[in-house]
Design a protein around this ligand. Structure first.
Ligand code: ATP
Ligand code: MG
Length: 423
């Protein structure tokens, strides 16, 4: 038997209905905040990620699906969405359309990681980027939007962690100090961190290896090295969060390891997730557009992991899948079946979720199937009913039945009728 590749998964009903609900809610809220969708290709030139994510990151150094095309060009399945979005922004000169571009994307990403709960090789992100502004109010607005989104889909157990990692002006002094402190404690670090402490010391701060944690706790904090402009930016950002009543914790170890990441970084975690507890990660990347060969462009964005959002939702009782059919049509005999197919079409066009029994069963087996499918009502169409034009409508919750004419069906279902869009 051929199976799905390790680290990938099929999203099946009824779980897929929950996915749609989360995605639809995200789209609605992103639109409320002025974000427009961008759809970029699933594969790009490898160089985009080497430059845009950085050679010395886990993603580029060991997680990418890279292959040579038939013309020997090196291609990579996208491991993240920011570099492609910024590439498209530069390529299509979106900065000329308006001073601030607000873009969002939604789709699969690919990283060759060790599969485990909340960590897959094909996973899905929703991400958004604000390009063209370095106003900390924009950052707070994005976090307000994320809080609104989490609340709307029913995630309450979540924590916002924030930090500032300074800028190319003030960070070098911090990196000097960090390197000095790391050199003293090198032997206590894991092998990866021993290497990072030379090549990319900032990355040591977000190492997850247990034995590195005491060392990390003792390292100098970047907050003590921020220059005046970065300090002011961060203070304003925190002020805007406070005035919006968004609770946060400042965490000095929260970093991104690359030069073009600047100032604000954040994560939203959830306690119910265990080891892979980060739901959303984001920050400011004022140097990225230039690193990709574009004009200087301020940038701020986030990406959320849909699999992890779904894991949290599936652990809470609040989740609702798409509702079961409102009406199950049970035709008895050939002529009734013909009638039922047309009736189903008309009712669906009026927004009623119908299921039709295609197997032309006995009444008994039709009722058994309707029960199994959790239909709310069953409409019985037999020989007599066809002739009189009056059908038998049975309410499954209490077994009561009544006679209805065709035109009366929508009204008879009204008490339970839900507009399709809310399904
Ligand atoms: P982690 O520290 O968990 O590896 P990351 O820093 O690599 O996360 P980002 O690149 O910031 O993650 O991606 C943003 C979000 O995408 C994460 O917070 C997470 O929810 C999700 N995510 C990242 N990698 C995976 C994966 N392999 N499987 C499922 N979700 C993922
Ligand atoms: Mg990762």
């Amino acid at each position: 038997m051929i199976k799905a590749i390790k680290g990938t998964r099929d999203i099946l009903p009824p779980e897929s209905a929950l996915w749609s609900r989360v995605e639809n809610t995200a789209r609605e809220i992103l639109a409320l905040y002025g974000f427009a969708e961008i759809r970029t290709p699933v594969f790009e030139s490898t160089e985009l990620f080497a430059r845009g994510v950085g050679e010395d990151t886990d993603i580029v150094s060991k997680e990418m699906y890279t292959f040579e095309d038939r013309d020997e060009q090196s291609l990579t399945l996208r491991p993240e969405g920011t570099a492609p979005a910024v590439r498209a922004y530069i390529e299509h000169q979106l900065q000329q359309e308006s001073s601030i571009a607000k873009l969002y994307y939604l789709g699969p990403m690919f990283r060759r990681e060790r599969p485990q709960k909340g960590r897959y090789r094909q996973f899905h992100q929703i991400g958004a980027e604000v390009l063209g502004s370095d106003n900390p109010a924009i950052e707070a607005e994005v976090l307000e939007m994320l809080q609104f989104f989490l609340k709307q889909i029913g995630i309450e157990d979540q924590t916002l962690l924030v930090n500032s990692i300074g800028c190319p002006v003030c960070r070098p002094r911090f990196l000097e100090e960090l390197k000095r402190a790391l050199a003293e404690k090198k032997v206590q670090l894991c092998l990866d961190c021993q290497r990072r402490s030379e090549t990319n010391p900032l990355r040591v701060l977000d190492c997850k290896v247990e034995s590195c944690q005491p060392v990390i706790d003792s390292l100098p904090k970047i907050s003590e090295f921020l220059d005046e402009a970065c300090r002011a930016h961060f203070d304003k950002f925190l002020g805007y969060l406070t005035s919006r009543q968004i609770p946060f914790t400042v965490v000095p170890r929260l970093v991104r390891g690359l030069d073009y990441y600047t100032r604000t970084t954040f994560e939203i975690t959830s306690g119910v997730l265990g080891a892979q507890n980060t739901l959303i990660g984001g920050g400011r990347y004022d140097g990225l557009a230039e690193a990709l060969g574009g004009p200087p462009t301020k940038g701020f964005g986030f990406a959320l992991g849909l699999e992890r959002i779904l894991l949290v939702l599936q652990q809470s009782e609040k989740q609702v899948a798409a509702g079961p059919a409102q009406l199950f049509l049970a035709p008895l005999g050939e002529a009734a079946f013909e009638k039922a197919t047309l009736l189903a079409r008309d009712l669906r066009q009026q927004g009623i979720r119908c299921l039709l029994d295609f197997e032309a069963r006995s009444l008994k087996s039709a009722m058994r199937l309707a029960n199994k499918l959790q239909a709310q009502y069953v409409l019985i169409l037999g020989e007599t009913e066809l002739q009189t034009g009056r059908y038998l409508l049975k309410r499954m919750t209490d077994g009561t039945q009544r006679e209805v004419r065709e035109v009366e069906i929508p009204a008879a279902l009204r008490g339970v009728a839900v507009p399709v869009s809310q399904g």
